[in-house]
Design a protein around this ligand. Structure first.
Ligand SMILES: Cc1cc2nc3c(=O)[nH]c(=O)nc-3n(C[C@H](O)[C@H](O)[C@H](O)COP(=O)(O)OP(=O)(O)OC[C@H]3O[C@@H](n4cnc5c(N)ncnc54)[C@H](O)[C@@H]3O)c2cc1C
Length: 478
């Protein structure tokens, strides 16, 4: 984590994540109604930057598994779900059996629902985790308000003592005896905050609109220090499964690592190792100041890729759509999308030479353990490199996107929000998750980098409050 975070990572945060993370998981499993499964080192469950010291070929990932929506009773419809929420198969099987390498077959098992399909009886992944946590809150009699956005923190006697919220157009004050934990997510619901706080263009995010920076702004209004504004980057493409918008269904992770794929820019040039992890690859699109230099960009694959891999075949729409272009030659493809034809021909020819040699001297694709783990082991000489030479050729725009934005309220290792001027904790104010700095800055260290950090700091905040309440009680002789 230190190597990934570099100088931007705060030592005390890294130590808290490592030391308290496992404590948080144990607590949630023993007393929080959460059940998690550890994945063995299989398939692509590998550290995202395997060139750093201490990397592991997997066995760090926890998964919430399968959750029955019915367990939530009348609360079931209120849990927010999406296409990836549905449990259609064990995710571990998907990775262990390298199902992203399956050939096209209409009867092949699917891991996600198609657009328009209901979520079904069982949830997986983050939705299963959220379901388990909500079930436990309800079991314990926690009062959960929905459709009640907090608008302002209440400060009394120099201490955060509650929030003012809004419900059905009416103001509502909620008092907090021991403190307020802000966990309101990122800020991609606010164009203004994205413009000010991000250095790169963010064209698509999976974050919900309600995440519009409220928590960061409410904290700033009571004097909080802020920093580490960024996003959990992940490029997006369109896909036939959800043809009307860029989507992370199926992701642009496994597909970019498959042989017979390449990414190029408006100059017809490659600009990045296509197979690298989804966070780092977004750097290559450029910053706002650059223009950005590598947009628009396209994911290119040929008929070899489409006929060998279900994942690529799933990107090709059955009906004509404006985001997808196919052509029988590279010059024809280039002219259809307005890219310099001779430049693209030269790039593809060079890429094909590299694929035949199994070596990419320009961007080192197929060299790291990550690239190889997500490639096709049957593909020789390099699991990640395959020629693009069999028509038709398929081109789909690719965008710098993100799972969510992040950064804001600066926390210490006790999840207390620091004051802007002194750096001291603001009494009664805590933060966790994407609205805070409680994660490894500047890097996606591995699967769960966002949820794991959010859960750890949520747990730390509760522990800090509990410790304070206990010591106050001891002083008062209770
Ligand atoms: C499809 C998908 C796959 C993902 N996969 C992974 C993964 O494998 N591993 C991983 O670590 N991360 C993953 N992520 C990212 C991860 O889900 C988020 O980063 C994480 O949920 C952030 O947690 P959070 O608690 O900070 O914020 P959120 O989960 O965004 O929750 C913030 C909540 O605050 C609420 N809110 C906002 N403003 C207010 C207000 N004013 N008052 C009251 N409430 C407010 C919002 O409605 C929201 O419910 C994935 C995301 C998606 C969409």
């Amino acid at each position: 984590m230190r190597a990934c975070g570099g100088v931007a990572a705060e030592e005390e945060i890294l130590v808290a994540l490592v030391d308290r993370g496992k404590e948080a998981i144990r607590y949630l499993e023993d007393r929080g109604g959460v059940s998690l499964r550890a994945w063995p080192a299989v398939g692509g469950t590998i550290d995202y930057r395997p060139w750093h010291p201490g990397w592991k070929p997997g066995a760090r990932t926890l998964d919430a598994g399968k959750f029955a929506l019915a367990d939530l009773g009348e609360w079931a419809p209120r849990l927010r779900t999406g296409a990836q929420s549905a449990w259609l198969m064990d995710k571990l099987d998907y990775y262990a059996q390298r199902m992203h390498l399956l050939p096209p077959n209409p009867n092949a098992p699917r891991r996600t629902r198609l657009a328009g399909e209901g979520v079904g009886e069982y949830l997986s992944s983050g939705s299963a985790l959220a379901g388990q946590l909500l079930r436990e809150c309800l079991n314990r009699g926690v009062q959960v308000f929905t459709e009640t956005p907090a608008r302002e923190l209440i400060v009394a006697d120099g201490r955060v003592a509650g929030v003012r919220a809004e419900r059905s157009g009416r103001r509502l004050a909620v008092g907090a005896r021991h403190g307020v934990l802000i966990a309101s997510g990122g800020f991609s619901g606010s164009e203004e905050l994205k413009r000010m706080w991000l250095t790169r263009p963010l064209l698509f995010t999976c974050e919900i609109d309600a995440c519009s920076g409220d928590g960061q702004l409410m904290g700033m209004a009571v004097g909080a220090r802020v920093g580490n504004f960024d996003a959990w980057w992940m490029p997006q493409t369109y896909s036939a499964a959800s043809s009307s918008e860029p989507t992370n269904i199926g992701g642009t992770r496994e597909d970019r690592s498959l042989p017979h794929t390449m990414i190029f820019n408006q100059h017809g040039k490659r600009f990045v190792n296509e197979a690298q992890n989804y966070y780092d690859i977004c750097e290559a699109f450029g910053t706002k100041q650059d223009g950005p230099k590598n947009l628009p960009a396209w994911l290119l694959f040929d008929e070899q890729g489409r006929s060998r891999y279900l994942m690529l075949a799933g990107k090709v729409p059955a009906e004509p759509v404006d985001w997808y272009t196919a052509a029988d030659s590279i010059p024809e493809l280039a002219s259809k999308i307005g890219v310099d034809s001779s430049a693209l021909v030269t790039t593809v020819e060079q890429f094909n030479r590299y694929a035949r040699e199994g070596h990419d001297p320009d961007f080192h694709r197929g060299e790291s353990h990550w690239d190889v783990a997500w490639g096709d082991p049957e593909n020789k000489p390099n699991p990640s490199l395959g020629t693009i030479e069999v028509p038709p050729f398929h081109a789909i725009p690719i965008f710098p996107g993100a799972l969510a934005t992040r950064g804001g309220l600066q926390v210490n290792s006790r999840a207390q929000v620091r004051a802007a001027l002194t750096g001291d904790p603001i009494p009664g104010l805590y933060a966790a998750g994407n609205c805070s700095t409680g994660h490894v800055a500047t890097a996606y260290v591995g699967a769960g980098a966002t949820i794991g950090a959010a859960m750890t700091f949520g747990y730390i905040a509760a522990r800090t409050v509990a410790a304070e309440v206990t010591s106050e009680a001891a002083v008062a002789g209770d």
